[in-house]
Design a protein around this ligand. Structure first.
Ligand code: AMP
Ligand code: MG
Length: 417
């Protein structure tokens, strides 16, 4: 098969993958369920916020004119005629020589044009002594200063964070239209695999990829559909892939069975049940990655089987596809430049993704290896917070050299700012 499928670069592979994905349809969800999703409607303000001029402080609503020349040495007395808590409208107006006691958030009574904070007053019975001159507008929050009625406050395409949830609540949105989450079917392949709850017999190992992949799907906002384990037989693989299509998968992920072993049947089945777009990417780990489309409709990423390779290939290709389907536009993980603390041999012309621990020291970032880098050594992922990227044409990466590191747990938005 090698001759039909030349090894392609990471960039070319990513471009081919992403060209197959588009933002999915909108759905309406309860406000809190919209967190982390992309808004699929323009949200306009149905009212001014705040709706009325109101007090920014607990204090006294006054006519600024009545405070002229006030100071601790020259207190200006005003008669307290009323009190207004937040949530109520004062039925009295402030007349010359009077003040209304007012709480934070309460609408400014008619006649008043400023608020004097409690701290700048002294009370004696029904009289309040003003100890500080204030200008008109002091401690008054103007109607509409946050949001103006009719304004387009949150446009379609906005990524909803807690602040946007607050704004949507302020705008009365109990339900919100957002792009739906992609359904991602996950299939592990291999005769050697046993699932959780079973004891691996001789020659058997536990299925780990299903779980690391499902967790990655959840982390990036998708809904995993676990298809379980397919044995290395064409019919069983094909049946499981069809099950994924029937369950409404927007993307199918397989792991294992894409290398050049005698029982690596995923490519073959993909070619029969659909079409292969590419196979093999110039990277390590993750070279035997396959991508194609099942039945002309559901994209399939055939991830490698080794527990590290499958996770790295997911980060590079499945993650951005899952984000793109959700309407996200920042698809790249942020990278930093770090000083490498260990030497890394580089013996081939593939791009290497080395598991590293990145630390900040002083004003620089430093990256050290997580230990053994074998693609079956999941410990290297457990310890890592980044993937150091060693370019294709490097002969080796020397200690002290600067490398780009993709930060695994930093949000993509950091790369867009
Ligand atoms: P393969 O490409 O199918 O030969 O798989 C490569 C390596 O990954 C083999 O050592 C497999 O046993 C291992 N492997 C494949 N799938 C899984 C899985 N779901 N969980 C753990 N290891 C796996
Ligand atoms: Mg296998």
């Amino acid at each position: 098969m090698e001759e039909f499928y030349p090894m392609i670069s990471v960039e070319e592979a990513l471009e081919k993958v992403l060209s197959m994905f588009h933002p999915l349809e909108p759905e309406e969800v309860d406000l809190l369920d919209s967190l982390g999703r992309v808004l699929a409607e323009d949200v306009f303000a149905d009212m001014d916020i705040p709706p009325l001029d109101n007090s920014a402080m607990d204090g006294y609503a006054v006519r600024a004119e009545d405070t002229k020349g006030a100071s601790p040495e020259n207190p200006r007395p005003l008669r307290i005629i009323h009190e207004v808590p937040a949530g109520y409208i004062s039925e009295k107006a402030v007349e010359p020589g009077t003040a209304i006691r007012i709480m934070t958030g309460a609408p400014i009574p008619p006649g008043a044009d400023a608020v004097v904070r409690f701290e700048d007053t002294r009370r004696e019975g029904d009289t309040i002594y003003i100890l500080k001159e204030v200008k008109p507008g002091t401690e008054i929050r103007k109607a509409g200063e946050d949001v103006k009625k009719g304004e387009l406050k949150l446009p379609k395409g906005t990524l909803i964070r807690p602040a946007e949830i607050g704004m949507l609540a302020a705008l009365g949105k109990k339900r919100v239209k957002v792009i739906r989450r992609p359904r991602v079917a996950i299939l592990a392949t291999g005769d050697e695999l046993v699932d959780l709850g079973e004891t691996p017999g001789p020659g058997k190992i536990r299925n780990t990829n299903t779980y690391s992949n499902a967790a990655q799907v959840i982390k990036y906002g998708g809904i995993p559909i676990i298809l379980g384990i397919a044995r290395d037989r064409r019919e069983e693989l094909a049946a499981k892939l069809r099950e994924g299509v029937e369950k409404g998968a927007d993307l199918i992920l397989t792991s294992g069975g894409v290398s050049v072993g005698d029982f690596d049947l995923v490519k073959e089945v993909l070619a029969i049940e659909g079409e292969i777009t590419f196979w093999r990417v110039r990277m390590k780990p993750g070279k035997p990655l396959a991508f194609g489309v099942l039945n002309g409709k559901v994209p399939l990423l055939g991830l490698p089987g080794n527990p590290v390779s499958v996770m790295v290939a997911f980060e590079l290709f499945a993650r951005p596809a899952i984000l793109k389907m959700q309407g996200r536009t920042c698809l790249e993980k942020p990278t930093i430049e770090a000083i490498l603390m260990d030497e890394i041999p580089h013996k081939d012309d593939r791009r290497h993704f080395i598991r590293v621990i990145v630390e900040r020291r002083g004003d620089g970032w430093y990256a050290r290896l997580t230990g053994a880098q074998g693609s079956g050594i999941l410990t290297s992922m457990v310890k890592a917070n980044g993937l150091a990227i060693i370019p294709e044409d490097w002969k080796k990466a020397e200690a002290g050299s600067k490398v780009k590191v993709m930060m695994l747990d930093w949000p993509e938005e950091m790369a867009c700012q």
